[in-house]
Design a binder for this molecule. Structure first.
Ligand code: RET
Length: 251
């Protein structure tokens, strides 16, 4: 009996709802850029691009593109026949990795400019981030019954620790040096970011990795995280930036 795991009604509706949220957020962020002088718009540009890319990715997923059926061979525990296998077909939304490979570097740029990270540190953080997302993609399509799949996952987690290191250690010290208000704001928004981001590998491990959650459950979990990580993060950043002159970037 084939085991087929695909999105149903709740997942479909969720994908369309998040598409609309990302579209509205993009319009709002673009509109907000007109309320500040030209030299204060860098965060607006970055943050609007993030939600535009997310909207495109959600449109692809909702309309049935950006998704592949992953045919997975799974070993079945069987006392007398150790080489017994079954097959599971599960949808893998590869559009997420396209989205994340573009939007997570942009989110990190927002935080890096806020803290005033040096060019070298920004480059290391962004490259660690790309390694995290792309090795996560390898893990998503990795074959079962090989150590590679969770090996790629482990590499992605190590890359994620590199990102956290740069945000927490270098970022916090530099942000604090830009003034008490910037230091405090950076600590709050970077702390929020790390909290939300850390949920992604947990959802991945349970849903994509171990397949203990339905495809609909996975879509809903990522939807909540994506809305927090992009529109809510962006709104918080842009509103605070407008009020805090010390967050300006000379770029
Ligand atoms: C994966 C799986 C492999 C291990 C790790 C992951 C981390 C993903 C993260 C994603 C963040 C996405 C965001 C999207 C924007 O809305 C690739 C899931 C560590 C941190 C913030």
């Amino acid at each position: 009996k084939p085991d087929i795991q695909v999105a149903h009604h709740d997942g479909q509706v969720t994908l369309w709802v998040v598409f609309v949220i990302m579209l509205i957020a993009s319009a709002v962020f673009a509109g907000m850029s007109w309320t500040v002088p030209l030299n204060k718009r860098l965060y607006h540009v970055i943050t609007t691009l993030i939600t535009i890319i997310a909207a495109l990715s959600y449109f692809a997923m909702a309309s049935g593109h950006g998704v592949a059926i992953h045919h997975i061979k799974v070993r079945v525990e069987h006392e007398h026949a150790p080489d017994t296998f079954k097959y599971i077909d599960r949808q893998v939304f590869w559009a997420r990795y396209v989205d994340w490979s573009l939007t997570t570097p942009l989110l990190l740029l927002d935080l890096a400019f806020l803290a005033g990270l040096s060019g070298g540190h920004i480059l290391m953080t962004v490259v660690a981030d790309l390694i995290m997302i792309l090795t996560g993609l390898f893990a998503a399509f990795g074959a079962e019954d090989t150590p590679q799949k969770w090996g790629w996952y482990t590499i992605a987690c190590i890359a994620y620790l590199v990102i956290i290191w740069h945000l927490v250690v270098n970022g916090r010290a530099l942000a604090a040096a830009r003034g008490g208000a910037v230091g405090k704001f950076y600590s709050s928004i970077a702390g929020f970011t790390i909290l939300i981001w850390t949920a992604y590998p947990i959802v991945w491990g349970i849903a994509d990795g171990a397949r203990n959650v339905s495809v609909d459950g996975e879509i809903i979990a990522y939807a909540v995280l994506d809305v927090l990580a992009k529109p809510i993060f962006g709104l918080w950043l842009l509103i605070t930036h407008a009020k805090l002159a010390e967050t300006n970037v000379d770029l």
